[in-house]
Design a protein around this ligand. Sequence first.
Ligand code: SF4
Ligand code: SF4
Length: 408
Amino acid sequence: MEERINRRDFFRFGLSGTLAFITTKIGLKGNSRSPSLSPLVQTKEKPKLIYRTLGQTGLKVTAVSMGVMNADNPDLVKAALDAGIILLDTAHGYQRGRNEEMIGSVIKGRPRDSFLVATKINPPTRDRKTGDFLPETSSQQFLEMLDLSLQRLGLDYVDILSIHNTTKREHVLNEVILEALLKAKKEGKTRFISASTHSGQVDVIKGMLEAKVYDVVIASFNFRQQNREEVRQALREAAAAGLGVIAMKTQAGVYWDKEKTQKINMKAALKWVLNEPAVHTAIPGFTTFDQLEEDLSVMADLTLTEEELKDLRLGEIHSDGMYCQGCLSCLETCPQEIPIPDLMRAYMYAFGYNNSNLALDLLTSLNLPSRLCHNCLSCRVKCQLNLKVKERLVDLASLLPVFTVAAG
Ligand code: SF4
Ligand code: SF4
């Protein structure tokens, strides 16, 4: 029978002791390592935390926050909060609502000022290819989804409410969406409003600055992005304008290869992001106590060592990797208008994060046709990162048979 670390165990041992307890008592398959190797365990020191202010929201956060997306163990979320993490990032759609429910079970009874919750809402009324909001999109539906999120979380309000997965300026300037976000804020159902963006970050941030109502941006940012200097510049402009800046997808897909033989140096990747002054906090999606400890340990010293810098340059050898940078340049090259960046993100969730449920949730939200690539004799997609798009679609279809992909 599966045994879980509970709250009492955590307080009894502290973070490091709990990690040792888990490792020795139940083992951590695929993540096991001797607790004696852990400096935190050896010294029983509490991890050093770095605190930053999330732009003009004034919210105090740790430099490393928690992206809860991949986690399904409430004890891990408890451990993160008990270790000092303040901000938990989730979304209405993660695990079809179970992610918000799990967070709700963890924060129940905790003082409301001891944690922050950010959630994101993605109305189902979007064009599959462009992500544009269809005419039937309604602020009322958005607000009903928010009410459901609040119910699952057991909260009267969230701290940050985002429109989820925006890819262009028009998305964050959409009148219906803005009406919904502002109404939620006026009614006290959120303290601050935001947009999340995996692709087209520069354009999205431009729109957010034009709108002059957003408080926070949640943007993909990591060492693997080819267009990272443009994104960096946009994040700096956002921070200079007073927006809180939250970095996501900081681990760039976790592995260099689908076979998972070569893992990206996670500490180095996280440090790289946190060395950017415009970034106030990062939300790595750790799923084990080992990873929690590793991510927290980054705050002891953000300096990148020569060895870590060398590890980050491995991308020069592994030209593709798991991460699609969302540059959108492939979209026009596919005659069947397949939403390739979203599918490549689903691929990363399935093969990099090992989270097929998350991949499935994303795929089902895309309203895909049941047959992809039929009547297409050879793939014309040219990817900026040389991702083998067609091969990845075939792999995805074999793992999650929600669609078929024609051979060829
Ligand atoms: S084979 Fe390539 S170009 Fe053709 S539909 Fe599939 S992804 Fe698009
Ligand atoms: S698949 Fe390649 S070209 Fe398309 S968005 Fe991703 S990185 Fe860019």
